[in-house]
Write a protein that binds this ligand. Structure first.
Ligand SMILES: Nc1ncnc2c1ncn2[C@@H]1O[C@H](COP(=O)(O)OP(=O)(O)OP(=O)(O)O)[C@@H](O)[C@H]1O
Ligand SMILES: [Mg+2]
Length: 1042
């Protein structure tokens, strides 16, 4: 019931994603995604679910937060970028099970809880551990925030894999890419979640593989990669042939070429990777020299002489080896064929047998390769190292060689399987055992789940003084003839009755048949393994003759020199044995892991033949059993996925309940109770322990966590709003205070300014008054400013009121007393200025006219009444144009230039009858013309005088010399343009002085000797008539305009 309802709830959660990845999720509903939700917890139901999912390529299934993975042996399209994006930041149960979900959850838990984690990937050889660890690393490489700098760190982490796999992985019968070393890698993250560095710990490389491979297996990949993929030049330089068959160390397994492995391509990848992880050209060359030298060493061939002493016959190989590593060939030859014994400080050479020589050769090959591998790991660590000292959290990835059983199992399998026992023990400690112990300690009602605790096997191997490793070490160190067989005997003695230990001698009849005499069998948690003791002592001792070590220390190859110089050359103490070193390093590893939060990936191998789609039920059932998956499931189902101390739980989730937020005053446990009630936890979903709350299903917690995330945002928004309000208020207050302050200051400044202004004004006014009062006195301090003011103000006013024309004499501004003199000067200057301006504006025509006007003035000014009115009348050039003069007349006077013509009234000499005539002035004479007739020609020479009256009339009298018979007497005319006419005449004939202005009467000569007169008077109307006295009477008005 419960499981169903949970599933239904989970389905709802998954619903959200259905639309996005509908197809995938729908397919993933095959079977059940989490074994915890299985109806029954039998092995059969477990396997059937696994199989159902496997047949749909659904290789991942959860047991709570543990991930079970079944090796599909084929590429699945579930590791692409899209999938990675899908799983980023999504809660565990919201999407189908995936290695990315586990990686992502570990990452986010690390970020929120700021603690360290590790992912334990276990499973037997070929189950997919290394693949899983690579997928996790790739996921972090893609999903973590990135910068250029971090990208290089990331590249290095990713690229460390192909390099380490080339040097540390090999094809075995179980796995074409079997890890032959243990690897624990810490990925370091900074507080933002950026991957900023990495560190690798390596564990016990299976060095024996360098010199020996079982049938169907290969040496480490790098050898084949170099021989197959190495460039011609390189091979030539290293003295290698492109033929694996040529090398003893590559051919023992008789499968140098494998279809599933592309050595040529891998070679390129590795070379590129070596560059990425910052190994320089020189070191890369040294590395290849080492690989090549090991291959040459493998071809060293020893023969026996007649005395049974070994002789090295491979001169070419010896030369290559010594030249590649830069060591002395003869010393090496001696080192490999003689034992150097120290007798009382002398060195004595004792010849080897061929077996011995081969042993020494192989020991050298293993040592060189093994140490180079460690050097490589250190180099990678250097390049991934993060030197920044800020606090970091880590996620550790443990990918160690898996449990393995071969037909012939040796010391290496013993170590590998022991390691797997330790990891299983760690798993038990962290899950089954501690979990159940905790329930007891916390008083949680609990039905203990039975499980197999492999501690007994761990003890059997590692217990001090009594364990197999101790006994092996004792045999190795024991003086006398210790051999592998004596070691077996010692084991039998000590372990005789141990339920997990059997030998041929100890076994019952049935079992004995399956055991050789030199075997011992351990009943591991994962199954029985029969180990052959041959080689145990040697491999555990891992001895290298001292003279060979000394030789290597002098190598010209920097890597070899470094690798061999790290040990104290003179140490007489035996180094720790291999098994003991391994034991201690596993102990350290356990400590490292125990300090971190664990996540588990359990890898299952689907079949032995590496076939895709094949679900070998028996094989998988076996793995499910020994990996303790059923027990884990039972504990999970019965138990609780999550627990936290009350105070920690309350502290984190208290914002979710009004009663606990912001403070809970009572006991934390009560607060938690109130909180979970508020959150609607059902009674079976949690239990209250003594110090902790236990939550049964992870998804309950995830729901709470989701609510917390939402609430955090709301809270953050609220806090933000509050804070903003608070800040704004503070800011406002500050601004207001500032404004008031500024205002006060400003008012003060203004008031001060006002006061100063007033004081100044009083002073100025006083001074002004005093100045006014003393303005008439001589300049003194009292009146100087006032006077200056008066002067300035007068000048200012004057400036605007200056006369605009020369004639304007009236507008000059009356000056104050002090300015009288200045004003007069200015006036003169100004009038001069106006005159000058006026004069400049006069045209030549006007000038000529003015000159005429001057003549007029000279003659008439003050003499004739009508003169003033005439001044403003401009003179014309002529008053009769040439067109208006009769042609005949023009004809007659064509030799004389006409200067001026004007219409006149001519009065007859007899009777004074008025006659209109034209008067034409030429250069020499004046002509009186009537139409086409010239009535009279008056030569200027005969014109002795000209008379006009002083009144305003227009009468002109020409006095003509009468001796000239042709002349008719004086000429009396009236002309409207009197001044113009007479002025022109004066100018033309130079007659200024001949013109007389007469008062009262002008005497005229009518004929030679006969006189008359023109009498002038003034009257109302202008008139001209003949008087009774026979004179011509002229009445002029006083106000005559003309
Ligand atoms: N998720 C997977 N998808 C496809 N193939 C896989 C997957 N996991 C493993 N394999 C296949 O199985 C092979 C063995 O896997 P892997 O090398 O990871 O095993 P292992 O557990 O590390 O073994 P060992 O203990 O020997 O190192 C891989 O080379 C690959 O062909
Ligand atoms: Mg592996």
């Amino acid at each position: 019931m419960e499981a169903q309802s949970l599933e239904a709830r989970m389905y709802l959660v998954v619903q959200g994603q259905l639309d996005m990845e509908g197809a995938l999720t729908a397919r993933d509903r095959v079977g059940i995604q989490d074994f915890v939700l299985l109806d029954e917890t039998t092995e059969t139901a477990f396997l059937s679910n696994l199989k159902k999912r496997f047949s749909e390529d659904l290789i991942y299934t959860y047991i709570g937060t543990l991930l079970v993975s079944v090796n599909p042996y084929k590429e699945l399209d579930i590791y692409n970028k899209k999938q990675m994006d899908l799983y980023m930041g999504v809660n565990f149960f919201e999407l189908p099970p995936h290695i990315y979900a586990l990686a992502d959850n570990a990452y986010h838990t690390m970020l929120t809880e700021f603690n360290n984690h590790f992912i334990l990937i276990s499973g037997e050889s070929g189950a997919g551990k290394t693949e899983a660890s690579k997928k996790i690393l790739q996921y972090y490489a893609v999903s973590c925030p990135s910068t250029t700098l971090l990208d290089t760190v990331r590249d290095k982490m990713l690229m460390s894999n192909p390099v380490l796999e080339a040097f540390g992985n090999a094809k075995t019968l179980k796995n074409d890419n079997s890890s032959r070393f243990g690897k624990y890698m810490d990925i370091q993250f900074d507080s933002q979640g950026d991957a900023v560095g990495g560190h690798i710990l390596n564990y016990l490389l299976e060095k024996s593989r360098v010199v020996h491979q079982n049938h169907g297996e290969r040496n480490f990949h790098i050898f084949y990669q170099l021989v197959q993929g190495g460039e011609e030049d390189l091979l030539h330089q290293l003295g290698l042939e492109r033929d694996c068959q040529h090398y003893n160390y590559l051919t023992q397994g008789e499968c140098a070429i494998v279809s599933s492995i592309n050595d040529k391509n891998d070679w390129k990848t590795v070379k590129n990777a070596l560059n990425v992880i910052n190994i320089d050209e020189t070191d890369i060359n040294h590395l290849f020299e080492i690989i090549a030298s090991v291959l040459h060493l493998g071809n060293f061939h020893f023969e026996s002489n007649s005395k049974g002493q070994a002789i090295l016959n491979s001169n070419a190989e010896l030369r290559w080896f010594s030249s590649l590593l830069g060591v002395n060939a003869e010393t090496l030859r001696k080192g490999l064929t003689f034992r150097w014994i120290e007798v009382k400080k002398d060195e004595v050479l004792s010849p080897f047998t061929t077996d011995h020589a081969i042993y020494a050769r192989d020991a050298l090959a293993k040592a060189v390769y093994g140490r180079t591998f460690t050097w490589l790991v250190n180099k990678i660590n250097e390049s991934m190292e993060n030197t920044n000292s800020t606090r970091k959290t880590v996620i550790g990835l443990l990918d160690i060689y898996g449990f393995e059983v071969f037909n012939l199992n040796s010391f290496e399998q013993f170590c590998i399987n022991y390691c797997n026992e330790k990891l299983q023990q760690l798993f038990i400690q962290l899950t089954l055992k501690s979990e159940q112990e905790e329930y007891e300690a916390e008083n949680i009602e609990w039905e203990p789940v039975q499980f197999f605790n492999n501690k007994i096997i761990c003890d059997l191997v590692e217990e001090r003084h009594r364990g197999i490793i101790s006994i092996l070490d004792e045999e190795c160190l024991r003086p006398g003839d210790a051999t592998d067989l004596t070691f077996l005997e010692r084991l039998e003695e000590k372990m005789g009755s141990h339920p997990h230990f059997v030998t041929h001698r100890l076994a019952d009849k049935m079992t004995r048949k399956t055991l050789e005499r030199g075997d011992f069998r351990l009943l591991h948690y994962a199954g029985e393994v029969t180990y052959c003791v041959v080689g145990f002592l040697d491999k555990n001792n891992d001895l290298l003759y001292r003279n060979i070590k000394d030789l290597m220390r002098q190598s010209k190859n920097a890597i070899v020199r470094e690798c061999f110089s790290s040990m104290d050359p003179d140490s007489r103490r035996r180094p720790e044995t291999v098994a003991t070193q391994f034991k201690s390093s596993l102990l350290k590893l356990t400590e490292i892991l125990m300090a971190k939060e664990a996540w588990y990936v359990r890898c299952l191998k689907s079949n032995e033949s590496k076939q895709p789609g094949k679900f070998d039920e028996a094989l998988i059932r076996h793995q499910v059993k020994y990996l303790g998956l059923m027990e884990h499931l039972r504990v999970r189902r019965a138990g609780f996925a999550y627990r936290r101390r009350y105070d920690v739980f309350l502290q984190r989730y208290k914002p979710l309940c009004p009663a606990t937020w912001p403070h809970w005053r009572g006991e934390p446990a009560d607060g938690v109770e109130v909180l979970v009630q508020h959150l609607g936890y059902l009674p079976h979903e949690y239990k209250m322990g003594r110090t902790k709350i236990f939550i049964r299903h992870a998804r309950t917690l995830f729901a709470t966590e989701d609510a917390f995330e939402r609430c955090k945002h709301e809270l953050a928004t609220r806090l933000q709003a509050k804070y903003k309000g608070y800040k704004a208020k503070g800011e406002f207050k500050k601004q207001k205070e500032a404004a008031t302050k500024i205002e006060t200051c400003w008012r003060g400044v203004q008031a001060r300014k006002e006061r100063e202004k007033r004081a100044w004004a009083v002073k100025v006014i006083k001074k002004f008054i005093k100045g006014y009062m003393t303005r008439g006195e001589a300049k003194s301090t009292d009146n100087s400013e006032y006077l200056a003011f008066v002067r300035q103000s007068y000048l200012n006013r004057l400036k605007d009121k200056l006369p605009k024309t020369v004639l304007d004499k009236t507008t000059w501004l009356t000056p104050p007393a002090v300015m009288t003199e200045t004003s007069e000067l200015l006036r003169k200057i100004h009038s001069r200025l106006l005159v000058r301006r006026y004069v400049r504006g006069i045209t030549p025509q006007k000038k000529a006219q003015l000159q005429l006007k001057v003549i007029t003035s000279n003659i008439f000014k003050g003499k004739k009444d009508s003169y003033p009115q005439s001044i403003a009348q401009p003179f014309e050039k002529t008053r009769i144009s040439d067109q208006d003069i009769n042609v005949k007349v023009l004809q007659m006077i064509r030799n004389e230039q006409i200067k001026y013509s004007v219409p006149v009234i001519k009065y007859d000499r007899n009777g004074f009858k008025p006659r209109p005539r034209q008067l034409i002035l030429t250069q020499t004479a004046a002509y009186v013309v009537e139409e086409a007739k010239i009535k009279q020609r008056v030569l200027y020479t005969s014109l002795k005088g000209i008379s006009v009256s002083n009144l305003s009339d227009g009468i002109i009298v020409f006095h003509i010399t009468c001796e000239d018979p042709k002349q008719k007497g004086d000429l009396v005319m009236q002309c409207d343009h009197l001044f113009e006419f007479l002025t022109k005449l004066s100018a033309i004939a130079n007659k200024q002085n001949a013109i007389k202005v007469v008062q009262g009467s002008i005497k005229i000569e009518i004929q030679a000797g006969k006189e008359s007169a023109v009498d002038f008077t003034t009257g109302q109307e202008p008139m001209v008539y003949k008087g009774k006295n026979g004179h011509l009477m002229v009445v002029a008005t006083r106000a005559r305009a003309r």
